[in-house]
Ligand binder design. Structure first.
Ligand SMILES: Nc1ncnc2c1ncn2[C@@H]1O[C@H](COP(=O)(O)OP(=O)(O)OP(=O)(O)O)[C@@H](O)[C@H]1O
Length: 678
């Protein structure tokens, strides 16, 4: 028997009594109903799934619609957009055509202008010789010197036969158009350029003169810088690749005549360029004459009664001795022969001093010279003579005079009457100067050399110009009127400062009558070179020398530092060099420092140190250098014609007289901080 389940509302209907009714038709219907309901549930389920799918695809369709919407206008431009594009394209085409024709016109105009210019130039060039009427115009027949193929082409040289025949020089001359010479623009331009250049040079000179005046009024130390050329012994430049262009490795450059630039490349750092400005910078190509011309006005000052000191500073091998003395001075200076283009400042200064003295016959002057070297912190007299009157080296001491001046006791001072005499003595002294070969410089000076030229009033009434020298000096050293010794002073007479000199007698022991009074002193200083022991490779006693040289140069820098800062105490006594040069450094002298530097990479540290020294020296401000005041002993001195020109500061009348010497009362250091010079 089949059991019938009636529950329609749920899969599990409640079992009742009537469910067991056996109505097959109903039972079939009930079963059909259950199946239909099941199917219905399944269909509902599917419907829900389809709805979900429809929603999802609806979103996708919307996205696609958006994308399609973006692309539509591109894909299918409307007719309006197309016509607009056509219009733009047509306008562009018209513009391009207009541009093309405009540039064509421009090009043609340029071509015409160029042709006109060319023909003007050709005309100007062809007319130029006609302006020189002085030149005879004659027909020049082809000469034998002209290439044969110009005159008659050889049948053996088909190229010459076939090719164009070049016109000869004479043919060209005949082709030249004749006519009146019009205004030649090229010539005018050249003239105006020349005028401009001259005016520029004048302005430059004037500016420099004014600057010098300013420097002088401020009492600054004048500092020039000289950059020597790269030389064969600068072996760092002699690499295989650098043989043809040795300057390529130079790190110091003279940018202009007042600026020097140093390329510094500290390890691990980028390249730094340092520039220094000085009153004058000499490049490697500048001559000895150019250097001397700038210091020459100081010699006029020397003759005007100023104390003057010219000093070369720099590292070893940088060209100090070359600048001050010239090449191989101890051999060539005494009696130079041949060309004198390389003479240094000292021989040229000697010539100039005697030239100036001889220029004014009314002056009654004596010139004495002393030569000392400061070696290992001791002073040596290089003109001292031994028992046999042979020049020898003798140790001396620096003393202070009653006027507070620094003097060397027992110093030999030789009287000289011509530049040749003076330089003969200097050359003899130089042979005694301490030298030593180092890795940097084969002929390195190991001492500071100080040559002092002293001008004193002559005892006699005879002027120095009346005297004649027996010797005939070379052109560079010769003044217009050579001298003869003054009466009572034989040539080469020697004086010795045996003690602190009495004021009335000036410095010398052997002064005569009303003369003998020191008018002015010229100190020419060739300092020993600073050096790094590691680079110069010195050992033993030379190492001690190096150490003492460096210490004395450091003392010099300290003195300048103290002066530039206006310190109360100036450490002159820290070294014999500064003690000896005290009057020049801190006194009333006009001081000129020439800083010599090497261009080489391996010396860059020393170069920077030297330039720093120069920059520091420039900052020193002193009282204005004063000429000596007149004294009764000199009142009779003939001042006619003693006015001089040349030195900056010509506007100060008292500077132009040759004034006798008394110690300056007012030479002191200014505490004014340094302001930038022009
Ligand atoms: N401007 C220059 N032109 C040509 N040669 C130069 C120049 N300057 C220096 N020299 C040469 O360089 C070399 C070294 O120069 P110098 O003897 O003057 O050096 P220094 O600075 O005096 O060295 P030290 O302090 O060691 O004596 C010399 O052979 C010199 O002739």
């Amino acid at each position: 028997m089949r059991c019938w389940f009636r529950g329609r509302k749920g899969p599990l209907g409640s079992i009742t009594d009537d469910r067991f009714c056996l109505d097959p038709w109903l039972q079939a219907k009930e079963e059909r109903l259950v199946e239909a309901e099941t199917e219905n549930a399944v269909l509902h389920l599917r419907l829900a799934q389809y709805r979900e799918m429809i929603e999802k695809s609806g979103g996708e369709a919307a996205q696609v619609r958006v994308q399609c919407g973006d692309q539509k206008p591109l894909q299918r431009p409307g007719p309006l957009a197309a016509s607009r594009l056509r219009l733009v394209a047509q306008r562009l085409k018209r513009d391009v055509e207009a541009l093309h024709s405009w540039s064509l016109g421009l090009f043609q105009r340029y071509q015409h202008a160029q042709r006109d210019c060319l023909s003007e130039i050709v005309t100007a060039v062809q007319r130029a010789p006609l302006c020189h009427e002085a030149l005879p115009r004659k027909t020049v027949a082809p000469t034998d010197k002209e290439p044969v193929w110009f005159q008659s082409p050889s049948p053996l040289t088909p190229r010459a036969e076939a090719g164009p025949r070049w016109p000869s020089a004479s043919t060209l001359r005949h082709c030249r158009p004749e006519g009146a010479a019009g205004p030649l623009e090229a010539g005018c331009l050249e003239r105006s350029l020349q005028e401009m250049t001259e005016r520029y040079q004048q302005e430059r000179r004037e500016r420099r003169r004014l600057h010098n005046t300013l420097v002088e009024l401020r009492g600054n130390i004048r500092v020039h810088c000289r950059l020597r050329p790269v030389l064969p012994f600068d072996d760092e430049f002699r690499g295989p690749g650098s043989q043809n262009s040795p300057v390529s490795g130079a790190v110091a450059h003279a940018v202009d005549d007042e600026t020097i630039l140093v390329e510094c490349s500290p390890p691990g750092h980028p390249l730094i360029n340092k520039t220094y400005t000085f009153e004058r910078v000499y490049g490697p190509a500048e001559s000895q004459r150019a250097v001397f011309e700038d210091v020459c006005p100081l010699l006029t000052s020397f003759l005007d009664g100023y104390n003057v000191c010219i000093m070369a500073y720099g590292q070893t091998g940088s060209g100090k001795s070359f600048t001050m003395l010239g090449p191989r001075p101890e051999q060539d200076l005494a009696l130079p022969s041949g060309p004198h283009g390389h003479l240094g400042i000292i021989p040229r200064a000697a010539g100039e001093v005697f030239r100036l003295i001889a220029e004014n016959p009314s002056w009654r002057l004596e010139v004495d010279v002393s030569v000392v070297e400061v070696y290992n912190n001791d002073i040596f007299d290089l003109l001292a003579k031994d028992g046999c009157a042979v020049v020898s080296r003798a140790k001396r001491q620096v003393l202070t005079t009653t006027e507070g001046k620094k003097e060397v006791s027992g110093l030999t001072r030789e009287s000289v009457h011509s530049a040749v005499e003076l330089m003969t003595l200097v050359a003899a002294a130089l042979r005694l100067r301490a030298k030593q070969a180092t890795a940097v410089h084969a002929d390195s000076s190991r001492s500071h050399l100080v040559i002092t030229v002293t001008l004193t009033a002559a005892a006699s009434s005879r002027s120095t110009a009346d005297r004649q020298s027996d010797q005939s000096p070379p052109a560079e050293l010769r003044g217009p009127t050579p001298q003869r010794p003054a009466p009572g002073r034989r040539p080469g007479a020697t004086r010795t400062v045996s003690s602190v000199s009495p004021r009335t007698r000036g410095l010398g022991q052997g002064s005569q009558g009303p003369g003998g009074q020191v008018l002015s002193k010229l100190q020419l200083v060739d300092l020993a070179g600073s050096e790094c022991a590691g680079v110069s490779g010195v050992t033993g006693s030379a190492l001690r020398e190096t150490s003492l040289i460096n210490r004395s140069l450091a003392a010099l820098a300290d003195v300048l530092g103290a002066l530039s800062e206006g310190r109360g105490h100036i450490p002159y006594r820290n070294s014999t060099l500064t003690h000896f040069l005290q009057d020049a450094l801190g006194g009333d002298a006009k001081l000129q420092v020439i800083v010599c530097v090497s261009p080489c990479q391996k010396h860059v540290a020393e170069t920077l140190q030297s330039l720093g020294f120069g920059a520091r020296a420039r900052q020193v401000e002193r009282g204005c250098p004063a000429p000596r005041k007149p004294s009764p002993a000199q009142a009779c001195m003939d001042r006619r014609g003693s006015r001089r020109s040349g030195e900056a500061g010509e506007d100060l009348p008292r500077r132009h007289c040759l004034l006798p010497w008394t110690p300056p009362q007012d030479s002191r250091w200014s505490l004014v901080p340094q302001t930038r010079s022009l």
